[in-house]
Structures are given as structure tokens and as C-alpha cells.
Design a protein around this ligand. Structure first.
Ligand code: PEP
Ligand code: MN
Length: 344
């Protein structure tokens, strides 16, 4: 249930409702919007309904949320969009984000060179730098990432360029170290339903980029987001990165319908990853243009100074020298959808 307070409601009136809801064993989640405060009551619906909260001072109306996900549902913010603030970069609403960098951190030179190109692409104010120190590889024999050394190189890239860092966390035992450098914690497709990991990043309070599982429905994705939000962390962006279908001509099928449909279901920003969907560099630009024009709140794309030498995902990584041109074309498509990079 969602209890929408009147714009004139006082803090005491909000607290009185919160206490009443908690008295029947339900949890509460307060969302303070620009105009009104909304209290989410999470627990047994019958118990909460019996409280007849409509009659309480300061309460405007009580609205049931019919979906199994509550905090992420569009109803929860009644139309208002979540705009994340990532070290001064805005993501969501009319703000477009460009998250670019190599699949994995391989060396100091490769990391810093890519970070400089991303920064110099001309719109440093709205871009973020990605790079994995912990890599979820299908084969246990493949390169697993540089781990702590990779995090250290990301910290160096951040110190030099000022770009906020997006990096993946696979194991909660690495959380403290990842928190030292990550402005956004990426939860990879293969961990989308690792619920204890989701709760842990929820408790950390750090913004999260949550990738859709290879065969996850949108409802499952939103339920996964709910695990993070439920811990009091409101900063979640969802990421469509391609799903598995019967088609074998490309790595995954980029589900662009997910963009407008997620926007209908949730207030959270939706990012698209064309690189992992395509598996091929030549498809990255057309998919990015389509995603941006479809209203995505941002793109996460792999870029490498010498993709032919990359340790992983070489065939899909954009050549770093081509990145500025790629970026200006994608931003033009984002503009079609009414979005622009938000400078600090
Ligand atoms: C990645 O972003 O490098 C990655 C491994 O992505 P995904 O989890 O979507 O496969
Ligand atoms: Mn990759």
C-alpha cells in the first residue's frame, strides 16, 4: 500500500502514520518528493487496510500497489522519475549518461589511455568510466580480472581524469575494497538473482547498475532491484544487455522493447549495453542509436585502445580513437528522445 500525504502534511503527521503502520508489523519506506511525501507500507495488506489511514491527519489517499515489486514501481513515485546523482553527474529524467571504458582493466597504460580518451571526448561532465577488476567469465580457465590491482588502477584513472567509476562486484567479500573506488557498483547479468549480494549492495548505499539476467523477465529484474531498494538504497539503474533467444547470428538479442516497457513499469533509469548484446563492434553504433532514440537514460559501452589485443571481449570493443565520433552520434539520437548529457 502507498499512503500519499497532502502537500501540507507536517512531519508529525508523517511520523504518526509511520508509527501506526509499524504497529501492525508492517515496514515503512518514506519517499519525499518535491511536492508530496509518500509512505510505502510493506507487509500484510489486510492489516494495513484495516487501519483506515484515509482518516488520519495529513493523509491525502491510500493507493494499493498491485505489482509484486513496490518500491521500484512507477506508482510508488506516482509518475516522478528517479534521477541519480553520481558524483555530480545526473542519470535519469532528461539526463543521458555515457558510461564507457574497457571490458576489463588489463594494465596501467591501457586503463589510463582509455580514460583520457573518454574524458577528452568533449563532454566529460556527463560521462563515467567503466572497467572490470572482477570479471564473471564463462570459463574458469579464462582471465578473471586483476582484482585489487585492477581497483587500484581504476582509482588512478579516477584521480587523473575525474571520471566517476563503474565497476563490477561479484563477491560480497570484496565489497569494502570495491567501495573505495566505485561510484557505481555494477551487478552483472549472472548475479542479477544473487539476492544476498543485492541486499549487501543495498545496505552499502552506493549507486548500483543492475544488469538484466540472460533469461530474466522484466518482472524478475524489477524484483531484483527491489532487493536493493528495500535496504534503503534508492540509487538503482537498470540495464538491458541482451537476452538469450533462439537466434545464433549474434551473441544475444538486444531487447529494446524493454526500454519503453520498463519506463511504463518503473521510475528507475534504464541504461542499455549494446556491447555485450552484439558481441560485434559493427553492431554497437546502430544498437546505440536505436537505444538512445527509444528513450534509454544512458549507454554503457566497451572501448579499448587496441581491441585486437584485448584480453576479453575484443571483437565487441569500440576502438578508442573512434569513440568521440561515436559519442556525438549517440548524443544526437538521445536528443531526438529529449535527453542530453548532464554536465556537473
Ligand atoms: C560486463 O559488463 O563486462 C559484463 C560482464 O556484462 P554482463 O554481466 O552483462 O555479461
Ligand atoms: Mn565485457
Amino acid at each position: 500500500m502507498m499512503i500519499v500525504m497532502k502537500p501540507t502534511a507536517t512531519e508529525q503527521e508523517v511520523q504518526a502514520v509511520v508509527e501506526r503502520v509499524r504497529s501492525v508489523g508492517a515496514g515503512t519506506h518514506i519517499s519525499r518528493g518535491e511536492e508530496v511525501t509518500v509512505i510505502g507500507a510493506i507487509g500484510d495488506r489486510e492489516h494495513v487496510a484495516r487501519l483506515e489511514l484515509e482518516g488520519y491527519a495529513g493523509v491525502d489517499r491510500v493507493v494499493p500497489i498491485l505489482k509484486p515489486y513496490k518500491l521500484s514501481s512507477v506508482q510508488f513515485k506516482h509518475g516522478e522519475r528517479t534521477v541519480l546523482d553520481i558524483a555530480g553527474r545526473k542519470v535519469g529524467g532528461s539526463n543521458f549518461a555515457m558510461i564507457a571504458g574497457p571490458c576489463t582493466v588489463e594494465s596501467r597504460e591501457q586503463t589510463l589511455e582509455t580514460a583520457r580518451i573518454v574524458r577528452d571526448a568533449g563532454w566529460a561532465g556527463g560521462t563515467l568510466f567503466r572497467g572490470g577488476a572482477y570479471k564473471p567469465r564463462t570459463s574458469p580457465y579464462a582471465f578473471q580480472g586483476l582484482g585489487q590491482e585492477g581497483l587500484r588502477l581504476l582509482a588512478e584513472a579516477k584521480a587523473e581524469t575525474g571520471l566517476p567509476i563503474v565497476t563490477e562486484l561479484m563477491d560480497q567479500r570484496d565489497l569494502d575494497q570495491v567501495l573505495e573506488v566505485a561510484d557505481v557498483i555494477q551487478i552483472g547479468a549472472r548475479n542479477m538473482q544473487n539476492y544476498s549480494l543485492l541486499a549487501e549492495v543495498g545496505r552499502s548505499g552506493r549507486p548500483v547498475l543492475l544488469k538484466r539476467g540472460l533469461s530474466a523477465t522484466l518482472e524478475e529484474l524489477l524484483m531484483a532491484a527491489e532487493y536493493v531498494l528495500k535496504e534503503g538504497n534508492p540509487s538503482v539503474m537498470l540495464c538491458e544487455r541482451g537476452i538469450r533467444t533462439f537466434e545464433t547470428a549474434y551473441r544475444f538479442t538486444l531487447d529494446l522493447m524493454a526500454v519503453p516497457v520498463l519506463k511504463e513499469l518503473t521510475h528507475l533509469p534504464v541504461i542499455v549495453d549494446p556491447s555485450h548484446a552484439a558481441g560485434r563492434r559493427d553492431l554497437v553504433l546502430p544498437l546505440s542509436l536505436a537505444a538512445a532514440a527509444a528513450g534509454a537514460d544512458g549507454i554503457i559501452v566497451e572501448v579499448h585502445p587496441h581491441p585486437e589485443q584485448a584480453i576479453c571481449d575484443g571483437p565487441q570493443q569500440l576502438v578508442a580513437d573512434d569513440f568521440p565520433e561515436y559519442m556525438s552520434r549517440v548524443l544526437a539520437a538521445a536528443e531526438v528522445a529529449g535527453k542530453a548529457l548532464a554536465t556537473v
